[in-house]
Design a binder for this molecule. Structure first.
Ligand code: GTP
Length: 423
């Protein structure tokens, strides 16, 4: 029984945990693999056994769509020279084929220019961030670059929940850039702010690596309603579309609706799910890692129940889940799967601004996070929170979400974000 397995796991000494893989703070650090930037080194390039069904863009289609061996060449979109190419992009590993999920040749979306999905994303990102960008844009409508402009900008950035330190840093950097370039036009200052913000956000850019271990175990945590299950569902869809085999674990054993919600995503994507009513979430997680290994799954995604950092017993439960996953990775026969969990992700609601930053701190202290997913950036006036995170706790932001639809979750690009926010 799963519970027994966990009890046994808990009884043994806790192995040392690897330190979190935080991104470097060096502004010159390369954020992503060479070539078009992508988050995923994708090893799932299999020749299709059957013609892949054409996926509907919004309604997930059932069935398994093996990924093609080659993705079409991808032209860099005009809006950003460093633009990414979609969720599945070129790999840094020579033997791994580049795949762009939304651009499979079998797909009806193959015909448009290769960069179309990312261009569409840029539009959605701009639309989503409109509330935040509107107040900042008005700062640059005047005719002079003076102290009043900087004061107004400071106010706008603080209102966008950029935080005091990140705001100060941006203003200092901006003034230096204005001086260095002898800029006199306020509209041009906006361009310099794009550069300053891009540089600040750059450490958050990092590709999520899948395929180094079999399975790659990803644990997902967050407060209630942050968007954990929805994000896991979207991620599952993208992974399944690229040919990765995914096993979901519903480690929220208390809330039936949460299990059902994950079950719906599992059904839609025809992936397997480990679920247990009223059981121990750590036991479900242990079982999922063991099953993922036995069934040779590429990815195990573990959804945990929402909780507040102030609910200490629930935070302890999360730590127990993580310890149990570590233990499952040390079980006999688990050699070769590295030290799971390979990723511990926190999902934060971008609409909660500085509160989200507080959550990052608390969950990071408890779990040593390896990355973030920032959801609900659509319709928020607090989009500056990413700058605050970059300043205070620069964890990789693997994805950002700007809506409830499948295509509303995408990889994070500092440049894109700065452009969407300020231009
Ligand atoms: N507008 C918007 N809504 C989102 C986004 N991501 C998720 N949601 C919605 O937020 C709500 C909560 O999402 P869930 O995925 O259930 O959140 P959860 O963190 O799993 O919730 P619990 O299981 O209660 O902890 C749902 O209605 C989602 O559709 C986003 O990027 N934008």
């Amino acid at each position: 029984m799963a519970t027994d397995a966990t009890d046994a796991a808990e009884a043994q000494p806790r192995p040392p945990e690897a330190p979190p893989a935080l991104p470097g703070k060096d502004k010159d650090e390369a954020p992503a693999p060479a070539g078009p930037r992508g988050w995923l080194r994708n090893p799932f390039a299999r020749p299709p056994a059957v013609p892949a069904p054409a996926p509907a863009p919004e309604e997930p289609t059932p069935g398994f769509a093996p990924a093609p061996e080659q993705a079409p060449a991808v032209a860099a979109p005009a809006f950003a020279p460093e633009a990414t190419t979609g969720l599945f992009a070129e790999s840094a590993i020579p033997h791994i084929t580049a795949i762009t999920a939304a651009q499979t040749p079998e797909s009806p979306h193959a015909a448009p220019p290769a960069s179309a999905p990312r261009m569409g994303w840029m539009d959605r990102l701009r639309g989503g961030l409109r509330k935040t960008s509107a107040s900042i844009a008005t700062v640059f409508t005047g005719t002079r670059i003076d102290e009043a402009l900087y004061e107004e900008l400071e106010e706008a950035l603080l209102m966008a929940d950029t935080g005091v330190k990140a705001t100060e840093r941006l203003l200092t950097d901006l003034k230096r850039r204005v001086k260095d370039t002898r800029t006199t036009d306020p509209a041009a200052v906006k361009g310099l702010l794009v550069d300053a913000l891009t540089e600040l956000l750059r450490p958050l850019e990092k590709p999520l690596v899948i395929g180094e271990f079999t399975p790659t175990v990803i644990m997902v945590a967050g407060v209630n309603g942050a968007g954990k299950t929805t994000s896991i569902g979207k991620l599952t869809r993208h992974l399944a579309q690229a040919g990765a085999s995914v096993l979901l674990a519903a480690a929220d054993t208390f809330r039936a609706a949460a299990r059902e919600q994950l079950g719906v995503w599992a059904d839609r994507n025809t992936v397997e799910i480990i679920s247990q009513e009223g059981g121990d979430p750590a036991a479900v997680s242990y079982d999922a890692v063991t099953a993922g290994r036995a069934r040779r799954k590429d990815v195990v995604l573990i959804d945990t129940a929402g909780r507040l950092p102030t609910q200490l017993h629930l935070m302890e439960e999360l730590r127990k889940i993580k310890r149990t996953i570590v233990k499952a990775g040390n079980a006999p026969g688990a050699a070769g799967m590295g030290q799971p969990p390979h990723e511990v992700l926190l999902v934060i609601d971008g609409n909660t601004g500085q509160n989200a930053l507080a959550q990052v701190r608390a969950f990071d202290d408890a779990l040593q996070l390896t990355g973030l997913i920032v959801t609900k950036l659509d319709g928020t006036a607090k989009g500056g929170v990413l700058a605050a995170i970059a300043q205070e706790r620069p964890l990789p932001v693997y994805f950002i979400g700007v809506g409830e639809k499948l295509e509303d979750l995408e990889t994070f690009s500092a440049r894109e974000f700065a452009l969407a926010l300020l231009t």
